[in-house]
Ligand binder design. Sequence first.
Ligand code: ADP
Ligand code: MG
Length: 323
Amino acid sequence: MSAVGEFELIRNYFAAIGRDGSGSVRLGVGDDCAIIAPPSERELVISIDTMVEGTHFLPGTAPAQIATRIMGAALSDLAAMGAQPAFFTLALTLPESNSDWLQSFSAALADMAKRYGVQLVGGDTTRGPLTISIQVHGWCHRGKALRRDGAKPGDRIFVTGTLGDSRGGLESIQQPQSTGYNHHYLHQRFFEPEPRLDTGQIIAEFATSAIDVSDGLLADLDHILQGSGVGAMINLDELPISEALHHWAGEKTSRDWALRGGEDFELCFTVPAMLEPKLNWALREHNVAVTCIGQISAEPGILLVDDGHVSAVEPQGYNHFPG
Ligand code: ADP
Ligand code: MG
């Protein structure tokens, strides 16, 4: 391991992540501020995510895995707004400047930036307990961003991909004897969440509300319900659950993780029933599964339908400061 100075660190590992990407960046890393020229008829949407060693990941987690998780989580918020990613800033607090760590972290970050078309335009570097913040910025067509407050009674509720895998991955990582294809898949779902950016931009045309599943489906859906002043009915049989999770955890546990496990970074969104055919047409060549899991109702609260039996459920999710 060798140590590098602050300015060398920025130049060697991070400045290059800003070299290709979106056309709106006039000036990137290196000056006091970045300069951005917003495209006309667009609105800027902004979100920040922080990960702290010991809170969001275990000490000793591979730097590439930290990079893919935080970048996936941050970009997922842009996806949930229906935004096109544009650029990001990075605040790094490091206990030491370890070149091996920086090399792996910055390489994984650069891969993600390239794959999703975001340019690193600045940041801050300080010494202290390992903490990483990424602020992402994206563009939405004026007035078209997907918010949490637009769901109406009768709207259908959809989710992308499969739910519960990330929680399955986390549980599986904690059991060293968990190997083989299913575990590999679940670990990947935990460490490399795929922000549903394309889906978000497609559904922006049709959706009345959207959120990304970070705290758990019930907890995040509840944000939509509270924001929109409505309730929901969810069909348990319709919950999309991967083969890998079902095979490993069984039906009862995988359903529980699908409802309450966090960090899947799938989208949950609502669409008026009348627009469902249009949505299906728009998604006809889309390579991400989109599943209808229920519908919005006028009465507040969440009802679960299990094989014809209806029961009310409390939305709970992860809370850093439980009251
Ligand atoms: P200032 O002291 O003016 O805030 P800094 O010396 O902290 O500037 O940073 C110099 C330049 O490097 C700035 O353009 C800043 O945005 C960028 N920068 C600093 N840290 C990072 C980082 N971790 N990743 C990307 N850019 C960074
Ligand atoms: Mg500074």
